[in-house]
Write a protein that binds this ligand. Structure first.
Ligand SMILES: Cc1cc2nc3c(=O)[nH]c(=O)nc-3n(C[C@H](O)[C@H](O)[C@H](O)COP(=O)(O)OP(=O)(O)OC[C@H]3O[C@@H](n4cnc5c(N)ncnc54)[C@H](O)[C@@H]3O)c2cc1C
Length: 414
């Protein structure tokens, strides 16, 4: 087995796989080191937003056609929001004439195995499973990357190894900042009653979780991904036991109790961290780049990170290719990657951070849901806001809520 590569990518989740695809067949030798063997679980809500679908199509190999053949992917057509007061509001996703659903839910077991199978078809890319990176050493020629029984060497290194990234811990350690981190638990269930007929995902914004939410995302075979996420700062201050709170909600909350009466959990609650993109971080250094969760790019309002993992994998590949073309591997040059990531993502991350802050005022959420329940134009506007950034900006303007409080006519004009 070869042990020297131009680029080594640590981690074969969505970010690492996207980066590997983009780096394939351009004359660079690329190795993906993945600690697990596919198919492997990853604790997640399993929801693929329109943004993820968009990113799949933008990859060098358009992954949408093979993705649409996957029977394991459940198409989804909207969101059902539950306000803190318990009222429900259906907001369909805006459908484009694309021949596929606006969103999907698919277990990460299946989705990541699909991505990896596509990576394995790529020229000049090797994938090694069951290969956990344990130590990283940087020197003037690049990196020595130590796994249990083998050492690999590379000129360039990509940290795509998720929320507990060993690459980040070795090359850019950062103390956990609980204000910019979320804790989540997930349980797969079967037989939950009264699931939405249009396979809408459900987001339940209850007071005890804010700024965070409880979710139910439908999966094929009458199964569902159920979970909750809360800001780690709140978890720590209020000493919340997430698994206990999860069970208390499904056994006691009036919106959930009867629906879970005949439901069967398929596992015990499983927890994992979400590094939120609500603050800017340094994302690169001499001959290395962090992408996806290792870079902390999860949307602080929705908790979605798959789209930004793929997007950052694509941007990383672009700058790695330039670095090899120009033989420039120093931190000053590689920092162009950080700049492009934040140029492309910061506006949305900042808006999401402000929306997350608004969740401190549950009455605002109640107001929006109550008004939108009676107003088709407002519902249509909210639907567009889910995908259109310029419209989403409205949601963080006080004038939006003043209009809701004092007059529907202005919203009807939108
Ligand atoms: C509870 C929860 C719910 C979520 N729900 C959603 C959702 O519904 N939709 C959404 O878009 N996002 C969601 N997210 C966020 C999403 O899971 C992440 O943003 C996404 O997985 C990031 O992709 P990644 O490729 O950066 O990292 P990961 O998907 O974490 O992949 C990292 C890979 O690196 C491997 N690895 C780790 N350490 C090593 C090592 N030392 N050596 C070799 N390999 C290693 C891992 O095995 C893994 O395969 C959720 C997250 C959580 C925790």
């Amino acid at each position: 087995m070869n042990s020297y590569y131009d680029v080594i990518i640590v981690g074969g989740g969505p970010g690492g796989s996207a980066c590997a695809i983009e780096l394939s067949a351009i004359g660079l030798s690329v190795l993906v080191l993945e600690k697990a063997a596919y198919p492997r679980d990853k604790i997640c809500g399993d929801a693929l937003s329109a943004d993820v679908i968009n990113q799949l199509q933008k990859l060098k190999v358009n992954l949408m056609p093979p993705f649409l053949n996957l029977a394991e992917a459940m198409p989804s057509f909207g969101v059902r929001f539950y306000s803190p007061s318990g009222e429900a509001l259906d907001v369909p996703f805006t459908e484009k004439k694309s021949g596929h659903a606006p969103g999907y839910i698919i277990t990460r077991n299946d989705f990541d195995a699909f991505l990896a199978s596509e990576v394995k078809k790529c020229k000049e890319v090797e994938v090694l499973e069951n290969m956990e990176v344990e130590h990283i050493h940087y020197h003037s020629e690049g990196y020595d990357i130590k796994c249990k029984k083998q050492i690999f060497h590379s000129r360039f290194l990509v940290g795509a190894d998720g929320a507990h990234s060993i690459v980040k811990r070795h090359l850019m350690p950062e103390k956990l900042d609980r204000k910019h981190h979320c804790a989540g638990v997930r349980v797969y269930y079967e037989n939950i009653s009264d699931m939405h007929p249009g396979q809408f995902i459900e987001l339940h914004f209850y007071k005890e979780l804010m700024p965070g939410y409880f979710w139910i995302f439908p999966l094929p075979g009458n199964k569902a991904n159920v979970g909750l996420g809360i800001l780690s700062d709140t978890v720590s201050k209020k000493k919340i036991n997430l698994s206990k709170l999860f069970i208390e909600l499904i056994e006691g909350h009036p919106n959930l109790k009867s629906r879970f009466h005949k439901a069967r959990p398929l596992e015990t609650p499983k927890g994992y961290g979400l590094p939120l993109g609500s603050k800017k971080r340094k994302l690169s250094g001499d001959s290395f780049i962090l992408i996806g969760d290792a870079a902390g790019l999860i949307d602080p309002f929705t908790g979605e990170g798959i789209g930004n993992a793929i997007r950052s994998g694509r941007i990383a590949a672009k700058w790695i290719i330039k670095a090899f073309e120009m033989r420039k591997f120093d931190a000053g040059f590689i920092e162009n990657y950080d700049r492009e990531v934040y140029d492309k993502m910061w506006t949305e991350l900042r808006i999401s951070r402000q929306l997350q802050n608004l969740l401190k005022y549950p009455w605002l959420f109640n107001l929006v849901v109550r008004k939108a329940g009676k107003n088709d134009a407002l519902r249509a506007l909210l639907s567009s806001m889910l995908t259109e950034l310029d419209l989403k900006k409205e949601l963080i303007r006080p004038s939006f809520y003043l209009k809701l409080l004092f007059g529907n006519s202005i919203l009807a004009r939108k």
